[in-house]
Design a protein around this ligand. Structure first.
Ligand SMILES: N[C@@H](Cc1ccc(O)cc1)C(=O)O
Length: 518
């Protein structure tokens, strides 16, 4: 993937709120970023940086500007060395390890940091904002190691890689390869920055990495909730289940709005109207009957998760905050990512529960004891070849492995706060770890989802073979036909991994439009 096309929609950064969708569009290179050229905006930014300059000249001492950082704030830096200080900040934080953020994640980080600095209270120059804009415009992506942030004092270590690249140091991903940052800047006629006194802290002392990852996780979780709902509908039909578990009156007495929406989606998919006075089969197992109660937890959480994520996205999450209007320096802890930590720990739980729900549904549908007439392992082989073929047996085992791994990762990260940095940072959020866990759980849940898409493709066809043609709603018929085109019916045993990877790519691309209700 490369930079957004020049005619892509611009997302204006001028200090006004952005939404998760804006971050996702920039991450996916579907939109480009335009920093405001409005003179009032530019004046507001310059005023902050000018105030910091004046303050140093007039007062001599400003935390993090003419002192050491954090616990070292009692150390005064000699005036002749102050200019070197911000470069030391990113230099000694260059100790990140682990995987590198991928291009989508990195673009999201750049935009999220730009959005925070554009609030105009971080005391940075317009030149710094423009350099961030230029990295996005030319798709010059700092190689950012994912590990090494405690998520308070923000994402100091990973963001040191952004600071260094702005100054022409360390490495970037550009034009399909890793290259020195200086080379990439030169290719586009960009000058490395020389950071002004407060600018190292302003770039690094914030929550941009965890917030960027949270935006991407939220979007994928939203789609997973929809997929889990659609897959439940397929499994109800494949296993000759009871569509009336999702009855409107039934859900009118349980007022969770998201849960009601999931039930309504299932009603629409199953084209079910009023249940008869007495059902032939009274109650299906919980993984089918309680699907709205499981998917609904995510559905009801998504709006408040959005609020938390977007409030962080639109915040000045830096320290100190520079109030150039009242001419004050406000020392606080806005780099503390507690809301993102809690949001991501919660999202982990809700998404892993989707994996668990779907894994249990698959266990029912592949088991001839519970599937009401479907062949064992959903094998389509007939006659003497039936003995030879094992259908989806291994796929169900794999789905259980992916589910177990997702569930294992739901341990909250935010409760593992440690006192660090000589007890200055004695309570920290671990929000970046929570966000990374959330993404991993989402990866695993997407894998469970594609196993279930193969199950749905197989299960619906085999139900029709057993019970005659099903009257599928147009949405289900269309999606089943699409799945059938992607995955030929499994009759003779075959390796499914290539098809599964194809389905994974389709999930990541949000290929199927699912539910226009919200
Ligand atoms: N985040 C700390 C500053 C800090 C920066 C870098 C460090 O290595 C340590 C601490 C504060 O604002 O109080």
């Amino acid at each position: 993937m490369t930079a957004a096309p020049p005619d892509a929609l611009p997302i204006l950064v001028d200090g006004r709120p952005l939404r998760i969708e804006d971050v996702v569009a920039v991450a996916r290179a579907e939109a480009r970023v335009a920093l405001s050229r409005d003179p009032a905006f530019e004046a507001r930014i310059n005023r902050g940086a000018d105030f910091v300059d004046r303050l140093i000249a007039e007062d001599g001492v400003v935390y993090g500007v003419s002192t050491g950082y954090g616990d070292s704030c009692t150390v005064a830096i000699p005036p002749s060395l102050v200019a070197e200080l911000p470069h030391h900040l990113y230099a000694y934080h260059g100790c990140g390890l682990g995987r590198f953020l991928d291009p989508q994640e990195t673009r999201a980080v750049l935009l999220v940091r730009l959005q925070s600095l554009a609030q105009g209270v971080s005391g940075v120059s317009l030149g710094l904002l423009r350099q961030l804009e230029a990295l996005l415009a030319h798709d010059i992506l700092p190689m950012i190691p994912a590990e090494g942030s405690v998520g308070a004092s923000g994402d100091l270590t990973p963001l040191s890689y952004v600071a260094a690249v702005l100054c022409g140091e360390r490495e970037v991903w550009h034009q399909g390869r890793v290259m020195p940052a200086a080379e990439a800047l030169a290719l586009h006629g960009l000058q490395p920055l020389r950071l002004r006194p407060k600018e190292g802290l302003a770039i690094m002392n914030g929550t941009a990495v965890m917030t960027a990852l949270a935006c991407l996780a939220w979007r994928r979780a939203d789609y997973l909730g929809r997929l889990a709902t659609r897959i439940t509908a397929f499994n109800v039909l494949a296993s000759a289940g009871n569509a009336h578990h999702f009855d409107q009156t039934l859900f009118s007495v349980k007022p969770h709005k998201g849960q009601q929406r999931v039930a309504a989606r299932l009603r629409a998919d199953l084209a079910s109207d009023r249940p008869p006075r007495n059902e032939q089969r009274l109650q299906d197992r919980y993984s089918l009957r309680c699907a709205p109660h499981v998917v609904g937890v995510l559905e009801d959480a998504l709006p408040w998760l959005r609020t938390n994520i977007e409030d962080e996205l639109n915040s000045a999450n830096d320290n100190p905050i520079i109030d150039a209007v009242e001419e004050r320096v406000l020392h606080g802890g806005h780099f503390y990512g507690g809301h993102i930590a809690f949001a991501m720990d919660s999202l982990k739980n809700a998404v892993a529960n989707l994996a668990d729900l779907l894994d249990r549904q698959m266990a029912l549908v592949v088991d001839a004891r519970y599937s009401h007439g479907l062949p064992a392992n959903l094998s389509a082989a007939r006659g003497e070849r039936a003995a030879l073929n094992h259908g989806l047996k291994a796929l169900q085992i794999s789905a259980s492995a992916w589910t177990a791994e997702a569930l294992k990762l739901t341990m909250p990260a935010s409760v593992f706060s440690r006192s660090t940095e000589c007890h200055n940072q004695d309570k920290v959020s671990m929000g970046t770890i929570a966000a990374r866990d959330a993404l991993r759980i989402i990866d695993l849940t997407e894998q469970v989802v594609v196993a279930l898409l193969v199950t749905a493709r197989q299960g619906i066809t085999l139900r029709e073979a057993v019970s005659g043609e099903l009257k599928l709603s147009p949405a289900l018929a269309g999606m089943h036909a699409d799945l059938a085109a992607r995955v030929p019916l499994v009759v003779e045993d075959r390796a499914l991994d290539v098809e599964l990877r194809g389905l994974l790519a389709a999930v990541r691309a949000e290929t199927w439009s699912l539910y226009a209700d919200a």
